[in-house]
Design a protein around this ligand. Structure first.
Ligand SMILES: Cc1cc2nc3c(=O)[nH]c(=O)nc-3n(C[C@H](O)[C@H](O)[C@H](O)COP(=O)(O)O)c2cc1C
Length: 349
């Protein structure tokens, strides 16, 4: 194939003072460093793709070339480098499993990007439809049978048909300009908080069955709460705190309310989910309330009746706002279709 130059250095293209343009002539990239920089400017997620080789051994690579191709039939692809030890394996496999990594899984990404013979050491896997191993604890996975392989230059495009899939709530792992990064910015507000005193964190959580999770008090109910320091107000620490409070897996989806109460006390309320049913939640010392029958006035701690009342109203259409202010007054910023945002991880078109 002949590479067609669209611009050469010095050509009259719209390039600002800081930018330079490179070109490809007859398939040869003129400035490989610049070319890599351009490709690296495309931010991606990170996957680990696993399969079985013909001897039945588990194989896997880290790949960011994954993308969705077709919804009907459900096809996805990734590209494998001819220099990868598993290049032939993926082309001859019956199938593969794509694992979408969460922000805390950089170590896993590094392991599967290595040439180690022990990539699966210490990991308990489950077999996918083709026998390819499914890794535990990932953001999501797609279990595929091999659909087609197309050789393209120094890579093979491996196309799979999705047979089964699963998603777990998590923050995704990203890759940009050769580095991993997490998507925690919306929750890493701790660094912006001047308070040195512990911060009151309330949990506006729902159980697996949709019940509102509350703590019983002498005068009624309260939101489950924790006292955290500013440096603990980021997603990993919040998820860990919620998990230990409810004694099970919990997700922390977004900041729902922030207000200053009396005595210069800052209160944050996070919305999330407890992945347990009412019986398990009650074992952890909390109660589950039917959202259709809860009386917000039963939440007697300052500010909480208003938080719960607004939550119950907004829950109907799942269109949430974020409150910021004091106990007496504040404003609500709409969260653009939070429901869609927290659920859409199925396609990237
Ligand atoms: C973030 C990231 C993304 C990667 N994406 C790909 C990819 O899409 N395709 C590929 O062949 N290698 C990719 N690699 C490199 C492979 O993971 C690496 O070459 C690995 O050692 C291959 O394993 P193997 O030689 O055991 O088959 C990527 C590495 C990193 C760190």
């Amino acid at each position: 194939m002949t590479g067609r130059a669209f611009a050469k250095k010095g050509d009259a293209v719209n390039v600002s003072a800081q930018q330079v343009a490179g070109s490809a002539v007859d398939g040869v990239i003129e400035d490989i460093g610049l070319y890599r920089q351009v490709l690296g400017a495309f931010m991606t997620g990170v996957t680990v793709i696993t399969t079985l080789d013909q001897e039945g051994r588990q194989r896997g690579i880290t790949a960011n070339s994954f993308t969705s191709v077709s919804l009907d039939p459900p096809l996805v692809l990734f590209c494998v480098d001819y220099r990868a030890a598993s290049y032939e394996t993926f082309q001859n496999a019956e199938g593969f499993v794509v694992h979408i990594l969460g922000s805390e899984q950089q170590e896993l990404a590094r392991t599967f990007a290595s040439k180690s013979e022990q990539k699966f050491a210490g990991i308990t896997t489950a077999p996918g439809v083709s026998g390819a191993p499914i890794l535990p604890g990932v953001h999501g996975w797609l279990d595929c049978t091999l659909h087609d392989v197309v050789i393209a230059g120094d890579h093979a495009i491996v196309i799979g048909e999705v047979q089964r899939y699963s998603a777990e709530p998590a923050r995704p792992l990203g890759f940009y300009q050769g580095r991993f990064f997490g998507f925690n910015n919306d929750q890493e507000i701790g660094s912006l908080i001047p308070h040195s005193a512990p911060i009151a964190v309330g949990w506006m959580m729902q159980s697996q069955g949709g019940a509102i999770v509350a703590a019983r008090t002498e005068s009624g109910f309260a939101l489950p709460s924790s006292r955290l320091r500013a440096n603990q107000i980021h997603s990993e620490a919040l998820i860990a705190e919620a998990g230990s409070l409810f004694d099970t897996l919990a997700s922390v989806e977004f900041l729902y309310s922030v207000y200053e109460g009396g005595n210069d006390q800052l209160s944050l309320v996070y919305r999330g989910q407890v992945f347990a049913d009412a019986a398990e939640i009650e074992k952890a010392g909390f109660v589950c309330l039917d959202p259709g029958r809860v009386d917000p006035a039963a939440f007697t701690r300052p500010g909480e009746a208003a938080v719960v009342g607004r939550y119950l109203e907004e829950l109907v259409g799942e269109r949430f706002g974020v409150y910021a202010g004091t106990l007496a007054e504040g404003s609500i910023a709409r969260v653009a279709d939070v429901a869609a945002d927290t659920r859409s991880n199925d396609d990237n078109e």
